[in-house]
Design a binder for this molecule. Structure first.
Ligand code: HEC
Length: 167
């Protein structure tokens, strides 16, 4: 019995060493391990320390959000409300939004392009969709900056929707 538990402890130690090694490598090269780490809360936290950004890092421009609002009102407002507070579709602002998307990468919202607008799934181009997302983020308090939110899923994978950091 004692022998067995000693062996089990050794094996556990090895597993830990290997896992820590993988985490360390993952932090060095998030492009390789990012997706894997992303599936673990602790890993996601570690990756975020490296190349990750959040919606509080000025990740879209004012201009872009303005374009996004025009498209939104045409394509989404009828179901989500021109003020984003929801109608047939859920609200895209306030606590409904922040709870639904907490700690998700922006890429996840970008992924709703394949189902939205519900009356024309996938009908909007990638650029139009990131413009809309910029407008949605702005409405949720995220600040504008000098660089546009790119229509690039890989880069959107590294921008996280988090609670507003305390200052
Ligand atoms: C015809 C009505 C309709 C239109 C137009 C529409 N939506 Fe939706 N949307 C819905 C409904 C209903 C839901 C909830 C069911 C679902 O998630 O599919 C929803 C859900 C969503 C969600 C939440 C998905 C989730 O996983 O929580 C997002 C984000 C979204 N819509 C974005 C958009 C955007 C952006 C547009 C415009 C490009 C748009 N919608 C246009 C009806 C609509």
């Amino acid at each position: 019995m004692r022998r067995w538990s000693l062996r089990a402890a050794c094996r556990m130690a090895w597993v830990l060493v290997v896992l820590l090694g993988l985490l360390a490598v993952g932090v060095e090269s998030p492009s390789v391990f990012g997706a894997m780490l992303d599936s673990l809360p602790a890993g996601r936290f570690l990756v975020r320390q490296g190349t990750q950004k959040t919606i509080w890092d000025r990740i879209y421009t004012e201009e872009q959000a303005k374009r996004g609002q025009e498209i939104y009102v045409r394509a989404c407002g009828v179901c989500h409300g021109d003020d984003l507070r929801g109608a047939d579709g859920p609200a895209l602002v306030g606590s409904v939004f922040s709870v639904r998307w907490r700690d998700e990468p922006v890429a996840r919202i970008f992924g709703t392009r394949s189902t939205m607008p519900q009356d024309n799934p996938g009908g909007l181009g990638a650029q139009a969709y990131v413009d809309i997302i910029s407008f949605v983020l702005k409405a949720n308090g995220s600040p504008a900056g000098d660089v546009e939110l790119p229509p690039d899923p890989e880069r959107l994978e590294r921008i996280f929707i988090t609670e507003k950091p305390a200052r």
